[in-house]
Design a protein around this ligand. Structure first.
Ligand code: NCD
Length: 301
């Protein structure tokens, strides 16, 4: 059973929640249902998105809901200077379920103070992206058959990467054998997440070398260096292209290695990797739709 009606952070989820939602998502795979018939879902995206918004909207349609949407922040009254709080108070009257993405960390927390309706954080700045973390768990479970006992590597922007931060909270509930944290020194994982791993007794190693650590991994989670999180273009250029996963590098790993990426990819995975069985990122994107069906269905019950 899943009792929550609002999802802000993966820090609020238990292992039982994750296991339940993964099962639910699998049971909804490829289905069309009437679970949300007559309901209206609002998707408010105040920061760019392709996958997250479209998979939420496809998920809502598949459950029989209708959708109202802000896909471009420039077209909403936030651009006129309206507060986030006022926007949410109004959308609360129009919709039965609210899904929101916002560029500021903590925005989801502020928004739920203004609505009691089912609410889903679809990403708030560098803070959290809980639905991505849940679809990542679904993907790992589906690709590897298990989560306990795995060796998992994270590569790229571990400082600002909200998908990494969110996923670590969920992995902390499992017996992960080891986590590799691979990033340029300046983009290392913030200390609070290292403390989380220590508390969960998950062994981890911080390194800048992907080609050595890849040999030990079961799952490699690649991330994009996120230009929009840097102060300026010059800062971003320092790290752009820091890691590029090639087919040769993938072949250094186990045959059973699976490569995940929340997408969008810029240049951190060479397109030659796409056709290898190890490349799980497009399957991962599809899984996102089923996980979002599971969430929309269970949060709005
Ligand atoms: C991620 C995000 O928005 O945080 N994308 C996504 O939702 N699939 C990762 C990213 O933008 O790099």
């Amino acid at each position: 059973m899943f009792k929550k009606t609002q999802l802000i952070s993966t820090a609020d989820l238990t292992r039982a929640d994750v296991d339940f939602l993964v099962k639910e998502a699998e049971s909804l795979r490829g289905k069309r249902t009437k679970d949300l018939q007559g309901k209206i879902a609002a998707t408010l995206f105040f920061e760019p998105s392709t996958r997250t918004r479209l998979s939420f909207e496809s998920a809502a349609h598949r459950l029989g809901a209708s959708i109202i949407s802000v896909a471009d922040p420039k077209t909403s009254s936030l651009a006129k200077g309206e507060s986030l709080e006022d926007t949410i108070r109004v959308v609360d009257k129009f919709a039965d379920i609210i899904v929101m993405r916002h560029p500021e960390a903590g925005a989801a927390e502020r928004a739920v103070k203004c609505t009691k309706k089912p609410f889903i954080n679809a990403g708030d700045g560098a803070n959290q992206h809980p639905t991505q973390a849940l679809l990542d768990m679904l993907t790992i479970k589906r690709e590897m058959g298990k989560i306990d006992g795995l060796v998992i590597g994270f590569t790229g922007d571990l400082k600002y990467g909200r998908t990494v931060h969110s996923l670590l909270y969920l992995l902390a509930h499992y017996k992960i054998r080891k986590i590799f944290l691979i990033s340029p020194k300046e983009l290392r994982l913030p200390r609070m997440y290292l403390d989380l791993l220590r508390k969960a007794r998950i062994p981890f190693a911080e390194t800048a070398d992907l080609s050595k650590s890849i040999k030990e991994m079961d799952v490699l989670y690649m991330t994009r260096i996120q230009q929009e999180r840097f102060k300026n273009e010059k800062e971003y250029r320092k790290y752009k292209g820091a890691y590029v996963l090639t087919a040769g590098l993938v072949r250094k790993g186990k045959k059973s290695l699976r490569v995940l990426h929340p997408l969008p990819r810029i240049d951190e995975i060479a397109t030659e990797v796409d056709n290898l069985p190890q490349a799980a990122y497009f399957r991962q994107a599809e899984n996102g739709m089923y996980m979002r069906m599971a969430l929309l269905k269970n949060l709005s019950k």
